[in-house]
Design a protein around this ligand. Structure first.
Ligand code: FES
Length: 141
């Protein structure tokens, strides 16, 4: 049911933990399954130089946070904002449809952390295409 990539990132998660004195933190949760994810970012000159996650959730959520932190590291904030849940799922070589919402958590966590940084620095927060919490399990989002 799960790809080798998902299993790999679940068994050997990359970037697990929390950055001390992070520049941006995003905490998100899925009210339906109750899983939660915390993303912390180190940002220098508009670029993400480090990303970590703490996820209390299912295997797909852990694999998604691991992959998402890998994908955004080294990217500018603009580039990282464009990393969608679909990109995370693709990088994991697919997720079962009923597990797509787990990758949404990773996208939302990164977005929230970026916006927390932007607000702290007197910048306008960027707008979510899909507001927090409006994805539901199984909607394929
Ligand atoms: Fe909740 Fe995967 S079942 S994030």
């Amino acid at each position: 049911m799960y790809s080798e990539k998902v299993m790999d990132h679940f068994m050997n998660p990359r970037n697990m933990g929390e950055i001390e004195n992070a520049d941006g933190i995003g905490e998100v949760g899925n009210p339906v399954c109750g899983d939660i994810m915390k993303i912390s970012l180190k940002i220098e000159d508009n670029r993400i130089v480090d990303a970590r996650f703490k996820t209390f959730g299912c295997g797909a959520a852990i694999a998604s946070s691991s992959m998402a932190t890998e994908l955004v590291k080294g990217k500018t904030l603009e580039e990282a904002w464009e990393v969608s849940n679909k990109a995370v799922a693709e990088a994991l070589e697919g997720l079962p449809p009923i597990k797509m919402h787990c990758s949404v958590l990773a996208e939302e966590g990164i977005h929230k952390a970026i916006n927390e940084y932007r607000i702290k620095n007197g910048l306008e927060p960027w707008e979510e295409k899909t507001p927090y919490g409006e994805h539901t399990p199984g909607d394929g989002a």
